[in-house]
Structures are given as C-alpha cells and as structure tokens.
Design a protein around this ligand. Structure first.
Ligand SMILES: Cc1cc2nc3c(=O)[nH]c(=O)nc-3n(C[C@H](O)[C@H](O)[C@H](O)COP(=O)(O)OP(=O)(O)OC[C@H]3O[C@@H](n4cnc5c(N)ncnc54)[C@H](O)[C@@H]3O)c2cc1C
Length: 474
C-alpha cells in the first residue's frame, strides 16, 4: 500500500504505524483506494453497503493479533469476516477494521481420531469435500457457500442436527485471538468459559482463527427426500410432517418450506411460479434404509414433483445453493416455537401466500433428537426449540426493498404470541433487541455472556453491531 493510499484511508491514522502493520502481515492490507478493496467489501447480501477503513486479509494468527493491536491503538472497531454470508452484514462496519479470514483455507482431517481442524475462512462445501474423502462429516448447514465461522459460532443447524446436534455441539477446540491481542486455545480444559461462549454466543468474544470439529461417518452416498406439493395443501402437509417427525429416527431432520416453484428445468414447466409446500430431508445413515424410512414424507399424495433420490453427500449439501445468488437482496428473520399450534400454522400459511417476491420462502425446521439431549446451560446457544421458523425475504436487486422487509417483519410479528426468541444466525438486517437476545439465549446464558463480554472485551472492540456486544455497554 503506497503512502498516498494510506493517507486516503483515513487521514487521522498514523501512516508509519499503518506501514508497519502492512509490512508485518503475511496476508494483505487493503484500504479504499487499493485494488481489490471493492471486491473484499462485497458481501453475499447485496443490501449491505459498508465502507471499512481497512480490510486485513490475514494469513495466520499472528496477522490477526497484529491487526487487533493496531485497531486497539488507533481506536478502530474490529469486525470479523468468515465466509461473508452473515445475513445482517455484521462482518463489515463503516470506518472500522475488518479482519478478513478468506485466505485461511487450511483443512486437516484426522480420520483415526475422527476430527478435522479448519481455518476460519473455510466454507461448508470445502470442509465437507475434505471430510468426505474419509467418509466423515461435521454437522454443518444446508448451503455449501456459507462460511463455517459465523455458522458455527451462533449454533449451526443442518441435515444432521437430530442425529449429531448443532455444529457448535461438535466443537472440540478453537484457536482464538483475544481483544488484548493474545493467541489462546479454547476447549474443555483451556479457557473453558470462552469455549462455552463460543458455542452459540456468536463472534464478539474473540476472533477465532481455526475450528476443530468432531466428525461422524456419513455417506459417501445418502438418500435425499425432496418433494413439492401444491400450497393449497400446506396445512395438511405441515401437520403430516410434524406427526411423522414425532416418531421418526434421529437420522431424519425434515425442513418444510413454502414458496413459489422456480423457473428451472428441474421443475415441471406448467408449475413454474405456482405456490408450493416442500418437504426435504437427508437421511444420515445407510442410503437404502433412508429410502424406506423417509417414504412417509413422499407418500402424502399428488406431488407437483418428487425429486428424491440417492446422491453423494457433498451434492446433497449443495442442492439449495442456486437459490441464494451472491449480491441479491435478503432480509431474514426467525422465531422459535414450542409447538405447532393451529394458530401458528394458519399464520405461517397466510404469510407465505402474501410474499411480494417469488424467491421468498417460509421455512419450518423440525428439531428434536440430539438437539433435545443437550442441557440448555451446557453451551451458550441456550434452549433448543421444537420448531424453528425462518422467514426469508429474498429478492432481486432493483425490486423495492421496503415491501419485502415489511413482509418479513409482519410474518414474524404475526407469530409473536406463539414464539419465544429465534435463531441468531437468521436475524433481520438490523440489530436484534435485548429482549430477543435474552429469549434466544435464555435469561441465565444471556447474563453469563454479558459478564464474559465485559471481562474479555471491556472496550467493546469486537463487533459492536448487533449481538451481545450491542447490549453490554448500553
Ligand atoms: C444462503 C445461506 C444459507 C444458510 N443456511 C444455514 C443453515 O443451513 N444453517 C445455519 O445454521 N445457518 C445458515 N445460514 C446462516 C449462517 O449460519 C449465517 O449467515 C452465518 O453468519 C454465516 O457465516 P459466515 O462466516 O459466512 O458469515 P460472515 O458474514 O463472514 O460472518 C458473520 C458473523 O460471524 C462472526 N464471525 C465470522 N468469522 C468470525 C471469526 N473468525 N471469529 C469471530 N467471529 C466471526 C462475526 O460476528 C460476523 O459478523 C445460512 C446463511 C445463508 C446466507
């Protein structure tokens, strides 16, 4: 970075110190005038348009520690960017320093101990491909371009959740850079309170440079259920999935979603644009058993299309990728439900009918299984609801933002009397308020997180946008 460029970043920054930071990094330091800055500040969610003062594309923990020390000395807010798929865009802040982990892509799999260590810039697809070479997998999410970092730190729910729990439940150890610039390990025996917080409490307690996961035998081929039914039967289909899940094996973790049939070759042309209710699940066991066990989800009668079949696990993990193009506009919210009452169900179906964008969906994640076997106080994640509703407003750039955002907010407001808290990886694009955080973590976990945040980051260096950090110093 030239001295001219440095000066244009922020005239108040000490140029000699900036130059020392740049020359000391193994990775790259980018300011607004540098090539690559525009690309580096682009996030998956095209609604987010923020201009950080500096983006440190770090290569190792020493780079992270140097960036943190620089930010502290120069009074810059620090945010972390893992896979850049955070829906609220909190990876960036105007005028702050972004520690961008996208160069940290190392994955080491130890097939014997069934563990894998992955750098904080790794995506789900990259980790899955490496672990599947050994017939193993870490429980992650359902879209392969998502980053492991943000997903795991706020929980991480995917097709394996009823069999093996959250991504966070499967953490063995983390390497973390603290707000005072130290590089530490967090696991059951070293910094156990930090380890507790990082399993669900989000990314504002320290910058995680690597994640070590416990792995499980999965695949390499799995049976995938994926059936679309007409939306006119939404209530009946959701009830049937609910009844099925109540006695289903833990290998099946269904998600039902309501949307409009995409204009894509995989779907019958006459159904394009029509409203549907879909049921999907990936059987986390033998593929032949899977076909038998998920049959009830496929036998609800008169589908629009049944796309179920045997797939390599890595392909199953990419099935939904194309529904989420980079740079489109997104606004997601969520609500935890203890039960799927008639009132809640009617509200969901009604909201789905009124979505202004054909790309939007309302999703119901059926939980239970391994999720229920973890004490809510064992990790920061807190209570694990029986159902998670995700309201996804997804629209093309150029379409008005307001109507889509208003739709998602109304859908969640309409559920208020049935719900308590939500999933903090599916937030709105604005801060979740204190009551939402308290309900999501549970009151005791919330207070414990606040106490730890005050102790570890008294100056609120990390991620003051959203999450626990926004309430600690208020
Ligand atoms: C298309 C799509 C599909 C999704 N599907 C699922 C799903 O199936 N299951 C699920 O559970 N979630 C899912 N999510 C939500 C996802 O878990 C969150 O959006 C998550 O924040 C993405 O992580 P990221 O690293 O890509 O994001 P980023 O935007 O890079 O980071 C998000 C936040 O995580 C924190 N963070 C990131 N890296 C670090 C780090 N190294 N150290 C400390 N803090 C860090 C920061 O607070 C940052 O603001 C999905 C999201 C998208 C966009």
């Amino acid at each position: 970075m030239s001295h001219d460029t440095i000066a244009s970043v922020n005239r108040e920054l000490d140029e000699a110190a900036l130059e020392a930071l740049r020359s000391g990094l193994r990775g790259r330091l980018l300011g607004p005038a540098d090539d690559g800055y525009g690309e580096a500040r682009a996030l998956w969610n095209g609604v987010i348009d923020r201009r950080p003062a500096l983006i440190a594309q770090v290569a190792d923990a020493d780079d992270v520690a140097a960036s943190v020390r620089f930010a502290r000395d120069h009074d810059l807010t620090v945010t972390a960017r893992g896979g850049g798929h955070g829906v609220a865009g909190n990876a960036l802040t105007d005028g702050g320093l972004v520690v961008d982990f996208s160069l940290m892509k190392a994955v080491e799999v130890d097939a014997e101990s069934r563990t894998a260590r992955a750098g904080a810039g790794v995506t789900l697809g990259e980790l899955d491909r490496a672990t599947q070479e050994h017939g193993l997998a870490a429980p992650l999410g359902v879209v392969s371009q998502t980053g492991i970092a943000g997903l795991t730190l706020s929980g991480g729910i995917g097709w394996l959740r009823r069999k093996h729990g959250l991504a966070a439940d499967n953490l063995v150890s983390l390497q973390v850079v603290t707000a005072d610039g130290r590089v530490v390990s967090a696991n059951e025996s070293e910094n156990p309170e930090l380890f507790w917080a990082l399993r669900g409490g989000g990314g504002s307690f320290g910058l995680v440079t690597s994640f070590e996961y416990r792995l499980h035998p999965v695949g390499p081929e799995v049976f995938v259920a994926f059936v679309l039914y007409p939306a006119s039967r939404a209530g009946e289909v959701l009830r049937a999935v609910d009844a099925y899940t109540g006695s289903a094996p833990d290998e099946v973790a269904p998600v039902a979603f309501m949307g409009r049939v995409p204009h894509a070759d995989a779907f019958p042309a006459e159904a394009h644009g029509e409203p549907y209710v879909a049921v999907a699940a990936v059987y986390a066991g033998d593929a032949e058993d899977g076909e038998r066990k998920v049959a009830p989800l496929r036998d609800l009668g008169d589908p629009i299309v049944d796309l179920s079949g045997v797939l390599p696990y890595v392909e199953a993990q990419s099935l939904l990728d194309e529904d989420y193009p980079d740079g489109w506009h997104y606004y997601w919210k969520s609500a935890n439900l203890a039960e799927l009452s008639d009132g809640a169900l009617e509200s969901l179906v009604r909201s789905a009918e009124t979505a202004p964008s054909h790309h939007s969906t309302i999703d119901v994640w059926f939980h239970g299984g391994a999720l229920d076997r973890v004490d809510p106080s064992a990790t920061a994640f807190g209570p694990r609801p029986a159902y998670l509703v995700g309201v996804e407003a997804n629209w093309e750039p150029g379409q008005p933002d307001e109507g889509n955002i208003a739709w998602a907010r109304k859908a969640i407001a309409d559920l208020e009397s049935y719900s308590s808290g939500g999933y903090l990886n599916f937030p709105g694009n604005f801060e979740e308020g204190e009551s939402q955080l308290r309900a999501s973590y549970g009151a005791r976990n919330y207070e414990r997180l606040r106490a730890l945040k005050s102790e570890l980051d008294p100056e609120n260096l990390f991620a003051p946008l959203g999450g626990i950090a926004s309430t600690v110093h208020s």
